[in-house]
Design a protein around this ligand. Sequence first.
Ligand code: PLP
Length: 401
Amino acid sequence: MSTLLAHRVAQMKSSASIAAKKKVTELQAAGHQIVDLTVGEPDLDTPGHIIDAAIQAMRNGETHYTATPGTPALRAAIGSKLRRENGLQFAPENIVVGSGAKQIILSAFEATLNNGDEVIIPAPFWVSYPDMVKLYDGKPILVVCPESDGFKLTADALEAAITPKTRWLVLNSPNNPTGSVYSREELSALSEVLLRHPHVMVLTDDIYEHIIFDDAEFINVVQCEPRLFDRTLVVNGLSKSFAMTGWRVGYGAGPVDLVNAIVKLLGQSTTCASSISQAAAVAALDGKQTFVTSSRAEYLKRRDRMMELIEEIPGISVTKPDGAFYLYPSVEGLIGRTTPEGKVLQNDLDVSIYLLEAGKVAVLDGAAYGLSPYLRLSFATSLSAIEAGCKQMADAVSKLR
Ligand code: PLP
């Protein structure tokens, strides 16, 4: 007899990026040389002073449960970070630490969604949002943001999507998967709409805040419009900025009743984020920030090289991303083309499968991110992998009829 699963789990999709990682690992284990451009995490190592702080914490006996919302030291460090870098004043009771930003986002939905409540998610989106919403009986309202709008939500599209059942708007800038970054003007226009609809809360997922290029500037919606302060949850974490994905530390800052509800949920699930990781996070936030700038310079070099190589491939076109570590090229020019085996490429999933099989390069299809026909290519990998991957893509594409 097969295991009886709850409907909410049975209907849930697995994370596309986690599934891709598994597939690549399996292929590599079977002896295939695959260039992996699916990675959603920095390939760089966590800076040494952060690791030292974790070791010191263990030596000091900081190996026990902590307070559920986070250690006082970490909540203070997060409060200082939000003041220093974002000009936002959050008291410790407005801050909750979780095992990654992912847990905070999930818990925010768990804490607030009732059956049929709507969550506006601009597409392309980070793959997890819609399934997280569905897990708590919410209804994801996917609003397509075409490339011609810079993959960004416009005020008109937001206005049209809001209903009396709207509970949240999710904003993610810099965006995974497009790398688009909202400007102050664009956020002002969205804020004007939001001010007309006081029942809508805003979740701003700022996880890629520091990975930003050229003249783009990071700003979130509540920095832009302080009147949204009482209904915005700022979500951020250490994963991307400090190459700390495996440490699992993220946080939310927002209204105290929402934060308390999240704390209640964490208290009945994980109890607290790892005590050791929290100590490391204090060192990351309070310590020298050189890694943030040096890694940004490294990603910029890689972005530019990948742009150069992708732009040379006929049938693929790409808008330059202002942030994060992904390109989101259109493969419209490849749809309808035929592989040497005689298969017609019908959609971006077909393209990604063809590139994996014929080019030995792993990429993710845009369908997983809510806008086709696109691919998501990660440049959080070495320059040599970027060069090899793009060359293999170009060779595979050149064989299409
Ligand atoms: N939000 C976005 C947009 C992401 O891309 C990711 C990770 O890929 C997360 C949140 C989760 O980050 P964390 O590692 O802090 O859970």
